[in-house]
Ligand binder design. Structure first.
Ligand code: SAH
Length: 459
């Protein structure tokens, strides 16, 4: 990080703007919104600056800049069109250790100003670290459309009630839950819809009628995180990730996705490495129950879809038995993610009329398949966990009569920036794995549809 973001309290503190034109006037207005005690130094001044001076909002000193002007200032902005003056201001401020911004000259600045979505008292500041002011502005425009204008009013209402809510719910977690209900529920909606009086009344009622015990219940969200690309999360997954107090995640969930969980949520890694089960399943199931019983909102984040080779069923069975509320959020399973990003349609009107998801995990060194079902013509096979036992897999498929030249692909780290697609046939699968360094996770896809990769690959 090149710049450290902060919000500065400038209320009644001496600040200086050097320059008297339009840009200087705009900077002056920004500082005045923060209630700064503002002096503006410039030999001449625009009508806007003069008006501000006449209204007593700004002290205008009609002269050229002197180095000692910066002394005692909390902040200085240079906005003249004279490069030398701008440089002098920057040098004087830096010598006096006063933060300085020179408009449009990042090299002379000790701080830069963000693009701001202003919903006072809510401020959203966007910076690209000076890389692209246009990008910052575009981002700000996006945020403008996402954050209703009445957010400021909502924040003000919350501020006025904070003390009383704190008294009623002395425990932090209860309080946070109370505010989350308010800020995401009907009260906020009424306020956004302009029904302020109704909103205030509903808030009063909520404060009166909610007992601390109502805010204690734990629950579990079993959430599919998709195959790797964070863009493939569902809206609900993201919302619950922002809400959960604790996140339990696997090896299969990419760091970019874990990063999207609430910043202050506790993160617990419960992944399994090959053969060495870091946390045994039974212990994990118990952990979910225990955390929820402590009143936590627990997010069990799994790779792909929780109900596809994810043991999601086992985990919620225990929750159901313990009477703990839970919900399941589907995710994009590796087969669809890999297929889409590799340009291999899993079904096709001419080439494949069905698709089978199977696991290639060996049990006692063997595969336990319903072979006739596996060998159906015009069918695509999506094989999860098939790399480790690929020799046995290939041999068994051939022994059972699968065409050796049936096209096959191995999609490694599908949907991530490291995705690689290895092409071959049933007879060369083991060879591909032996020859190339295949990194987990990888998915095997077998069927005529694999041929389409050549034409449809788009990544
Ligand atoms: N519940 C998960 C599957 C878990 S089993 C889902 O629905 O996707 C783990 C197997 O999934 C891995 O061995 C691998 O075969 C496959 N897999 C998961 N993510 C993958 C990815 N990004 N690329 C390729 N294969 C993946």
């Amino acid at each position: 990080m090149r710049y450290f973001p902060i919000f500065l309290d400038l209320c009644e503190r001496p600040c200086l703007v050097v320059g008297g034109g339009e840009v200087a006037a705009r900077k002056a207005q920004q500082l005045l919104r923060a209630q700064a005690d503002l002096t503006l130094v410039a030999p001449g001044a625009s009508a806007e600056v003069q008006a501000l001076a006449q209204q007593g909002k700004v002290r205008h000193e009609a002269r050229t800049f002197r180095a000692q002007d910066v002394n005692g200032c909390a902040l200085v902005i240079a906005a003249t069109d004279d490069e030398q003056v701008n440089r002098d201001v920057a040098a004087a401020a830096k010598a006096a250790q006063v933060p300085v911004n020179v408009v449009d000259s990042p090299a002379l600045c000790s701080f830069i100003m963000p693009s701001v979505v202003d919903r006072d008292p809510v401020q959203v500041a966007v910076s690209t670290g000076g890389a692209s002011p246009v990008l910052a502005r575009l981002l700000r425009t996006k945020l403008e459309t996402l954050i209703p204008a009445s957010y400021g009013r909502l924040a003000t209402v919350v501020r006025e009630l904070r003390g009383r809510v704190k008294q009623r719910f002395p425990e932090f977690r209860e309080r946070r839950r109370f505010w989350e209900n308010i800020l995401q529920g009907p009260v906020a909606e009424m306020l956004f819809g302009g029904r302020e009086q109704a909103a205030l009344e509903a808030l009063e009622r909520a404060l009166e009628n909610t007992a601390p015990a109502d805010l204690k219940g734990g629950e579990v969200y079993l959430v599919g995180g998709g195959p790797g690309d964070p863009d493939l999360l569902t809206f609900r997954a993201l919302r619950l990730m922002q809400q959960a107090d604790v996140v339990l995640y696997d090896r299969l969930v990419s760091p970019a996705i874990v990063d999207l969980a609430r910043k202050d949520a506790q993160r617990i890694y419960v992944g399994k490495r090959h053969d060495s089960h870091t946390v045994p399943q039974s212990e994990l199931n118990e952990m979910l129950v225990r955390l929820a019983q402590q009143g936590q909102r627990v997010l069990r984040l799994k790779g792909g879809d929780p109900f596809i080779f994810g043991r999601g069923g086992e985990e919620i069975e225990e929750l159901a038995a313990a009477g703990i509320p839970f919900q399941v959020v589907p995710g994009i399973t590796a087969a669809s993610g890999c297929a889409a990003y590799a340009g291999i349609p899993l079904t096709h009107r001419d080439l494949s009329h069905s698709c089978l998801f199977v696991t290639g995990h060996l049990k006692d060194g063997k595969l336990d398949f319903n072979w006739p079902a596996l060998l159906q013509p015009k069918q695509t096979l999506a094989i999860y966990m098939g790399i480790k036992g690929v020799d046995v897999l290939q041999q068994s498929l051939l022994e059972q009569g699968m065409q050796p030249d049936l096209p096959a692909a191995i999609v490694q780290q599908g949907t991530t920036p490291d995705q690689r697609v290895h092409l071959g046939s049933v007879a060369t699968l083991a060879n591909i794995v032996a020859r190339q360094e295949i990194k987990p996770p990888s998915m095997i896809i077998i069927g005529e549809v694999v041929k389409l990769h050549e034409k449809l690959s788009w990544l």
